[in-house]
Ligand binder design. Sequence first.
Ligand code: FES
Length: 157
Amino acid sequence: MALEFSPETLKAFEATVARYPKKEAAMLPVLYLAQREFGHLGPEAIEYVAKLMDQAPARVHGVVSFYTMYNMKPIGRHHIQVCRTLPCALHGAEEVTGFLKKKLGIDCGQTTPDGRFTLTEVECLASCGTAPMMQVNDDYYENLTEEKIDQLLEAMK
Ligand code: FES
């Protein structure tokens, strides 16, 4: 069956588009709705959004592939995104990522075989004052230490 929005998401889509002077300008929030609905933005989802937005699929693909907040492949239940931009880098982001790689047994861009965790490095998440930090799904975890990460991973089991 082809992908399509649920009636609730379709309503949210219409409300979102109505807030912008041109439909095209609503591309980012519409893609966010699509990702929430479909889990990730694979070729079928891109095709569907392109049709809804009256855009060429290649244009939608270009937007999706540019921003790290969109996932083109299925991701784990807990999507760990470690900020690697300068302020976080100066406060140990690389060590945080290295520690997570070792603990989870995966590299960046990979998902654990049990589907629980996906690890990604991203650019600034606007929480530079609490570096190093990471986002897991919709939540921020800040001033990270190995001990804190251990506790978090344990709680996410
Ligand atoms: S540099 Fe990491 S949140 Fe801004």
